[in-house]
Design a protein around this ligand. Sequence first.
Ligand code: GLN
Length: 290
Amino acid sequence: MNSQAGPVTLPIGAVSQLRMELRHQLQSVAGESAQVEADLLLMTVLDCNRAQLFSAGDEPITAAQHRQLTTLVGRRLQGEPMAYILGKREFWSLDLTVNGATLIPRPETEQLVEIALQEITGEQARVADLGTGSGAIALALASERPHWQLIATDASQAALEVANGNARALALSNVEFRQGEWFAPLAGEQFDLIISNPPYVADDDPCLEQGDTAMEPRMALAAGDDGLDDLRQLIGGAAEFLHTGGQLLLEHGNDQRAELTRLLTTAGWQQIRYYEDLAGHDRCLLATRG
Ligand code: GLN
């Protein structure tokens, strides 16, 4: 058995039997999603789609496929997120490559894309996506607005390599990637919109140790005692890099609204609006440079 696979033992049996066995084995990490995850792993190893998997029935898998499956299941049982095992996650209908250097794009972040598309009505616009990770927000905007010019930044060179690869795979050429912290890569430039899903979780929040989050890059998630360290910098510094009337669009934590309002007002931002996610939690804000 592959040493990475730990204690996993799978019967060498028919596909239908493996589907059941895998569901049981994945229950502890995947809960209600155990069957979905079992099927995704099988589809990966067998290189087939769902319909082909369901119709495979009594067909056996090969010894090589069995070895690969055992390795993948072992990784999952050790808590590695499915997105990292499969190496991809869908965002805004784009198939994005992700790995341990990037946050796994969340469905709630699609709302930032939606708001940006509603707010910026011109055909031409210059937009900066700060802390782009896998490139999710910038690439979604680039795919919807081919005439916008996007600058996507990240402090992590490893994340930028993933983002760059995604841009190439999607043949999106209107995004320029730059390495650096927050405003450093924007020196001397001004934009119509600055958009970011920064880290905003408090350092001691137990959610950082739970589920997929435990294996994601800490620098993309945690932001000091109150989770506001990076949001403070963004709110404090963005105006200089926006045209008059330019907008700042930020994702944030669901319990940060009061403090964010105080910070935004103190820094002179106007027309502050908050948006809830699908769970009804405050999740992002839009503010205008006065
Ligand atoms: N919403 C994410 C979570 O709950 C946090 C993402 C972020 O910090 N930008 O894990």
